[in-house]
Design a protein around this ligand. Sequence first.
Ligand SMILES: *Cc1c(COP(=O)(O)O)cnc(C)c1O
Length: 820
Amino acid sequence: MKFDAEKFRENLSARLRRQYGKDISQANSHDLFDAVSASVQELIMPAWMATRHEYEKKPTKQLYYLSAEFLMGRALSNNLINLGIKEEVQKVLKDMNINFNLIEDEEPDAGLGNGGLGRLAACFLDSLATLDYPGHGYGIRYQYGMFEQRIENGYQVEYPDNWLKHRDPWEIKRSDLAVTVKFGGEIKYGKTPDGQDRFYVENAEEVTATPYDMPIVGFDTNTVNTLRLWQASSPNGFDLQLFNDMRYNEAVVRQNSAENVSRVLYPNDSGPTGKSLRLKQQYFFSSASLQDLVHHFVADYGTDFTKFPDLHVIQLNDTHPVVAIPELMRIFLDEYGLGWNSAWEIVQKTFAYTNHTILAEALEKWDIAIFQSLLPRIYQIVEEINRRLMIELRAKYPNDYKKQNHMSIIHDGKVYMAWLAIHACFSVNGVAELHTELLKNQELKDWYDLYPKKFNNKTNGITQRRWLLNANPELADFITKRIGHGWEKDLTKLKGLEKYVDDDASLEELIAIKRRNKEALVDYLKHKQNEFLDPDSIFDVQVKRLHEYKRQLLNVLHIMYLYNRIIEDPSYNAPNRTFIFGAKSASGYRRAKSIIKLINTVAERVNNDRRIGGKLRVVFIENYRVSVAEKIFPAADVSEQISTAGKEASGTSNMKFMVNGALTMGTLDGANIEIFEEAGKENGFVFGLTTPEILKMEEEHSYNPQQYLERNPRLEKVVEQLVDGTYDPTRQVFKEIHDSLVYGVEGQRPDVYYVLADFDKYCKAQEELAKAYTDKKGWARKALINIANAGKFSSDRTIEDYVRDIWHLKKVVVDNGEVK
Ligand SMILES: *Cc1c(COP(=O)(O)O)cnc(C)c1O
């Protein structure tokens, strides 16, 4: 994009005057952030409009990515990079005596997601725009995103994330496109207001859905796509009658009830949220999005919907938006009078579904009573979909009642959202090779037998624009100096770095860059948390949601073991290490919260023990989120990816670490397997039980954690230390963790996630890692090989895979929107 520095400067000053009544010298960092962002938004606008015009001019199929979560993070720096004007803008600001870093830090993260699933949606939008594909996001404009985590007395405490406290300079409210979403009410059949014989619903609660659009700026292209987020409000405002009667609280009840629908993101990672408000949110944004698409279609093409699937493909990000399937049926049947078969045919050609987890407890199912009272007509449609499915199943498996019952969308008093998705969608994909194989052969085997052609794999990816170019500018320069530009849009070009793996000067430079990135993180932690880290130590990092299957507990138990060893074994001689954690726990997930407390307790003990003499430090980074992640990955030496084999569907932090030159310490799980395949196992540290080994133990019920305790006194000791007063004089705080490993609690088997079984192998792999680190050059060589082989893990590759196999989109090149 052409950048006019003088105009930008004038625009900025004028905006400060107009909006804040201030000149540059009076403005504070927040005013400046807002004014700079608004000026950048203005630069985006022509291309955004041109993109929309282009899509309207030449009707072509467009993708709509329906997702309850978009973990966008900050936009300012990313937008500047994608527009290609970051350096120019920084220069203008510098000339005006404005510190870019300070104003950048004023931007709150758009934390509208929990973790990997939401961040994936954000990376996909970046890739779609960059690759010139017409693809947009639809979601919810949560008033409160992911909670802010503070650590108090070692415990996680949650505070509301009021990210919209100031206005968001990137969004545009589109009141003209508001729609109404209905809940509850009674189903009627008969003449609708316009005289048709149809089903309709009476006495429903009406909620207004108003869209807010955010621009998704492609890198080095004119394409600017749209993320459309719906906000809920009451169509009638508050009740003036009640207010005038001085019944103030009652007057706003209806208003609050409507606004509650988009109030908060449920901070719940994997596990289902059995709250009816959650189902309300799901239907709210699914219905609003479909109404939006259908209105637009009808305005352009009328009511012959046979063309609908030629112009729309809808990807359902997990089961959260699956209620969109019966909603589109409802719109076709009840609002446009289509027959069932025509409607069903269109629906089946429109939707595709991505599965993100095989954890049985995470598959969404809703109580019939809740579903039916909240969405009576939608429930009726699901029943009819299921009635027809059951006819098929009875014909196909006439004597297998168990299978028929298991596959029924409605059974045991619940509505199974994944079953509805698999039955209705033309594509079902997993998110890494192992995960897709497990879906086909284990969790969804019955469905794979029924619909083998629907199943396919799309290994996740990450955008190198945010996670390398923007987050690690020095490494980006290092790469460009050697292989030129081009990798920003084709990450496989990194392969060209292999020429340098034995080049001493390159390795020295790589080491120096990592060192400076570590210093930057040290600085951040000094200011933010008053923590003092040693940048010469190994930065061994595990950042991700806190979940038992991710096994942060295995990491801590190893640290407790190292601590014992350093104290007991005078011959211990290994590089200094810093173990860094960052993790939020779901607010109601008690055991995960205890593990956070354990990490902080061990940190407190280890960091204050003088005998340790710098050999070991443990740090828990508060409030892990996208903007903090951008500081962590560039500084990491080691990427901890130690989930129980078979449990992590893909993982994406593993990819962010890899492209930033960290070595993976990992199990053969999710996309780790593909990472080791690409980089070579010898350039990382593989350990632990494999998925087949675990499946076998599960089948035979042959896992006995006691054996591992008996065989390994060092393990026995650390497990005992959870309850012997070493870390907690009351001996109660970690008792539940202890008992869950040793005995099993609340009817669970002991050590469900095979922590004890993998402990010894993990310790050995860690020992090997420490040894490898003493060879600085050898380590840097491995790091460079990892970077050179990270090409597969770009979300650009993932998007091209989706386009080729599922979406069948055509690129739309947008003219420069500036020239009219
Ligand atoms: C990438 C990312 C994740 C996903 O991490 P995993 O280790 O793959 O679970 C979660 N949170 C944030 C902020 C991320 O950037």
